[in-house]
Structure formats: C-alpha cells, structure tokens
Design a protein around this ligand. Structure first.
Ligand code: PGA
Length: 271
C-alpha cells in the first residue's frame, strides 16, 4: 500500500485527479471504477477542468460506479446516477455508453447486482478504481462485517452510514436502507485501487485501514491485500497514523516521483 500524505486537501485532490488523467493519457479506452460522496466533489470538478483544458478525454473510457441505493430511480435527485450526471457526466456531455451504475429501481435487485458484476468482467475488469472511505471503514457500501470475498450484491446500510448521508436528503425524506454495491473482491480485482480521504472525520477509519488488522470490522483494510493500492490523504485524514514518520520518509510531502507536475485550471494547490 502506497501512502501519500499531502499538506492540503487541494494537493491531495490534484494527486487523485492526476492519477485518473495519467491513466487515460496512457490508455484512453481504460475501464474506470468511480465513486460518489462529498470527498469526490472536487475530484470531478478537477477532472472536468482538465478535460475542458484538453489534457484528458473520457469518451473512449468505460466507467462503472461502485454503488446505488435500492428503490431509488435513476432520475431521482438523491440517486447516485443523478449525482454522477450533475457532478461529472453531463458537464462533459459523455455519451450513455461510456458509463454505468446499478439500476436502483430494478425489479430484482439481486439479479441486477449479479448482472452488474458480469458487465464489469465483460468490459475486461477495472483498470483504476477510485474509492472514498466511510467513517465506519466502508468502501463502496461494504459495511463492517462484509465478506472480504464478496461480489456485487445488495447490502443493508449501517445506521452510521445512513446518518452520515442524511445531509444529502431533505428533512421529510427517508434515507434508503439498502444499496447495490460492488463487493470487496470486486474492488480487489481492480488493477489499481486509488483511495482518497480528506478531513479529520476519516482519521480513525484511515488508521484502521492502513495499520489495523485485515478484518471485516474495517472493510477498507482489505486493501492491504491489494497488489497496487494508493492511499491519498490530507493532513487531517492522516492524523491518527502511528507510522507517520515512515510514510513521510518514503514519500516526503506525498511526492513519489510518479506524477509529473499537473496544473488543473482553477485549482491552485495551497501550501
Ligand atoms: P464522503 O463518503 O466522501 O461523502 O465522506 C465517502 C464514503 O462513504 O465512501
């Protein structure tokens, strides 16, 4: 696991977006795994800016999102499909054929989950999987106790996840109780896993993921088994790491010499 700690959230975001840009520059027809959530808002803003600047194009890529709420139709304002359209796909006029999410309103969610897993395999598997982490250590909607060999399926959301996500819902709206999510083994099959975490609310989950035991208690800890996982953090998300000195020695200021200096219009990294 490569641990890169940056001085600011902006620097961490530029690095995460830069990984995606670099992947597509090397292979425009890459298969990307994408994530939703507040952490990803500035990543998509950066990718849109980089695409408009001519640094990268997404029209030859195939993109699979991690998860979708069960029972929420694609055009519902709280659906993850709506999130992806408004934060990313529509801004670049990406054709429908380039991206996919599980159908939250599928009549048989279990069958939909199985078909989604098969579609990823048909596309040749995921080259680069973008991930956030929940405060309870989830990746995708793989909540604590998820099987480390799970595939795309329906999961019941943890109370804490529903509370955390309540901010995206109106006071009269009910946060869904289940979701279709890629499984941990689906995520581990990706050729490169890239997890971005920012902010102090993630510090305990990040420490459990990197330094704790591999355990279904913290599903993200399964990334310790991934052959090519990169964890991109800001100072706040890194604050509970016990081996911090070591990560700073190996990659001072998050630099590993793998990423040419990248300029994203409108996103000037703060010192
Ligand atoms: P967040 O969600 O970016 O909104 O904090 C991350 C996650 O739950 O995976």
């Amino acid at each position: 696991m490569k641990v890169l700690i940056f001085r600011s959230r902006e620097r961490a975001v530029v690095r995460a977006a830069g990984e995606i840009v670099q992947q597509l520059q090397a292979r425009p027809a890459s298969v990307l795994g994408l994530a939703t959530g507040g952490t990803m808002d500035p990543v998509y803003a950066a990718l849109i800016a980089a695409a408009r600047d001519g640094q990268v194009a997404f029209d030859r890529a195939t993109m699979f999102n991690l998860d979708e709420y069960v029972g929420v139709p694609p055009d519902h304002p709280r659906s993850y499909e709506h999130y992806m359209r408004t934060h990313f796909f529509d801004a670049l006029n990406l054709p429908d054929r380039t991206w996919r999410l599980p159908r939250g309103d599928a009549p048989d969610p279990a069958a939909e989950a199985e078909a989604y897993e098969a579609r990823i395999a048909e596309a040749g598997g995921i080259d680069l999987q973008l991930l956030g982490i929940g405060a309870n250590g989830h990746i995708g909607f793989n909540e604590p106790s998820s099987s480390l060999s799970s595939r795309t399926r329906v999961k019941t959301l943890h109370r804490r996840t529903r509370d955390d996500n309540a901010r995206f819902f109106g006071p009269d709206e009910v946060v869904p109780t289940t979701a279709i999510t890629m499984g941990i083994a689906t995520i581990l099959d990706s050729r490169h896993a890239l997890l971005l975490a920012t902010g102090a609310a993630k510090a305990q989950a990040v420490a459990a993921m990197i330094e704790g035991p591999v355990s279904a208690r913290c599903p993200a800890s399964a990334l310790q088994l991934h052959r090519h996982a990169t964890v991109v953090l800001d100072e706040d998300a890194a604050q509970a790491l016990e081996l911090r000195d070591y990560y700073d020695t190996v990659h001072p200021d998050g630099e590993d010499g793998q990423m040419p200096a990248m300029r994203i219009p409108g996103l000037e990294p703060q010192a």
